[in-house]
Structures are given as structure tokens and as C-alpha cells.
Design a protein around this ligand. Sequence first.
Ligand code: IPM
Ligand code: MG
Length: 370
Amino acid sequence: MEFNIAVLGGDGIGPEVTAEAVNVLGAVERSFGHTFNLHYGDVGGISIDKHGTPLLEEVRDLAGSSDAVLFGAVGGPKWDDPTASMRPEDGLLELRAQLGVFANIRPVRIYDNLVESSVLKPEVLDGVDMVVVRELTGGLYYGEPKGRTETPDGWTSVDTMYYTEAEIERILRVGFALAQGRRKKLASIDKANVLECSRLWRQVATRLGPEYPDVELEHVLVDACAMQLVQRPARFDVIVAENTFGDILTDEAAVLAASMGLLPSASLADVPVPGRRTQGFYEPIHGTAPDIAGQGIANPVGSILSAALMLRYSLGLTEEAAAIERAVEDALAGGLATPDVATESSQRVSTVEMGRRIAAAVNPESGKEG
Ligand code: IPM
Ligand code: MG
């Protein structure tokens, strides 16, 4: 089959890790006889530098007209001036909003071989396997009013957490649906003891509960959730949270997996149904890591696993997605490790070598050096 994929690498390590995901997609093409037409575009800081805007209209249109978007990361110290009129991140937020990808799915699993790379004790990590569903197109990121005003007493600033009942309901339904396909536990995260948005959230979750009688629903306050994530992480199956809470909790959950560099994400505009294709946006959860950009040591696994999610959710290529995931498992089980997860016993590899070895596990012809 033939597909159109927009490839937006962005800044910092974004292009480096995305290039390895693209190599692995090449291995899938050769092994399974598909054609992936890749359409490259600038986004973020590089786009500000080259075009004076974090997102050109043509790149926005490219993303909108593709079967899926493979995204790297945006941002960096160069564009971090708090008074700047435009930011690299604006390009990402505009893309998410434009594509309507409200459901950000972030699976967190532990690879046996990397348990000793984690800062947490092995017994705490035992049995950890969860999915965080983060609301992605609402809340503080998009709510109005937003901005700064100068007053006689100095500057004031405002961000608005705003949610409609419909926005809350559709993201909770993604959480319930994913839980049904897993261990049937859903933790709905809120701060209902303080925030009005959270009280509406909890009310909607409680109303939907009976529609999913096989799913055990619990409400967990976000601060308690942050604590339990490192104290008893194995208790969680599916976690569903609003935008900002989900952003923060997934960085914390990444610590369980030993490195931010390992975690993929899928952002969808619909409840995922196995076998049904839906346009999506795929990015590793990590950022641009300016401190290691250009050194060839970034971990490409989060990006490669994001490509696997893309095959599964947007292209309907289930078997191919599983082949990538198996290849990643084999590479890690075989002791290959980029510096972020390497221990004394691992075989240290570069970004490119890691990508090459995973591609080779998908398709032996792809592993040739050259
Ligand atoms: C993420 C990132 C982004 C976010 C930034 C880069 C805008 O932290 O994808 O988790 O906050 O959504
Ligand atoms: Mg984040």
C-alpha cells in the first residue's frame, strides 16, 4: 500500500532521532512491500530562522493533507527569550490544534534490560505497564484570555484553564476505551478540591462510568497521583488527565522507563479503534535536548516507537507496527544502549547505530553499512 507521511523534524535532536525513525520505516517498506511517500517540512525554531514564522501555511497544509505526521521536537535556548514575539512551540501547538488531535496517548513500559538504568528500585518497577492519555488541545495551553498587561503596579499575566463538557467527555471516552482493551482500570486525574474545571471533569467521569461497567474507575487528585507514580507505579493501568497535568505527569512517568528518550506518543482526533485508520500526529515525548544535540548520542527509540504507533493507528498496519516494536525489544534485550540508558554491561551505540540495528532487525537488507 502507498501512504503520504509528513516528516517534521524540528530543532535540536528532533531531526537526528526522526531520521532513524525514517530509516526504520524504510526497512518496513522493503520487508512488507509498502511505499511511504515522505514530505519534509520545517517547523519550530528552524522555521523562525529560515522563514520568520514557526509554522508556514504550506507546512500546515502539508500536515493536514497527509495520512500521518511524524514529528521530532521544537525549541531551544536560542529562541527562549521570554519577551520574544514568537516561539518555536507555537508551531507545535498550532499543528495540534489544526489537526484536532485532542487525544495524546503515551504508553509507559519497562524493558527488562533497562531496569538497572532507572533511578528507582527494581521492586518498585515490577509490573509497571501503563498508558497516560493526555488531553492535548484544550486547558491552559489554549484558553483565553491569555497574555500580559502593564499596569501602574507592574506587569500582570493571565492563562485560562477552560474546558467544555464535550471536550472532557471525548477524552475520558478515549481513556475508558483504552482501559477496556487492557487491565480495565482507569484513573481519572483532577484537582477537584480546588479547580472548577476539575469538578466538571470529575462529574463527567462519574456520569460516563456506568457506560463502561467492566472498567473500574477511580478519581485521583493530581498531586497524589504524582506521588503514587514513583511510590507504587504498578497500580496504574490507564491514566487520563487534562493537558497540563498530563504534560507534567508523563515526564515523571518517563523516569520509570529509565529515559525520556524511550517514550513514544500518538495524538489522535478520535477514539482509537483497532483496524480503523485515523489521521494522527506522532512524536516522542522528549524535547530538543540542546545539551546533546548534534553529538549523535540521542536515543532514537522514542521516535522509532512513535513511527510504530503511526503504522498501527493511522495506516492500519498492525503487523508492521509489531515488527518494529519487536525489533526495539530485541535491540534493547541484546544490550544495545545509547548513553542515556547505558550501564557497564551494555554495548554503547550512537543514535545512527541504534537506528541501523533496529532497521536491520525489521529487514536484514536494511542493516548494511553504507
Ligand atoms: C510535550 C512538550 C510540549 C508540551 C512543549 C514542547 C510545548 O513538553 O509534548 O510534552 O508542553 O506539550
Ligand atoms: Mg512535555
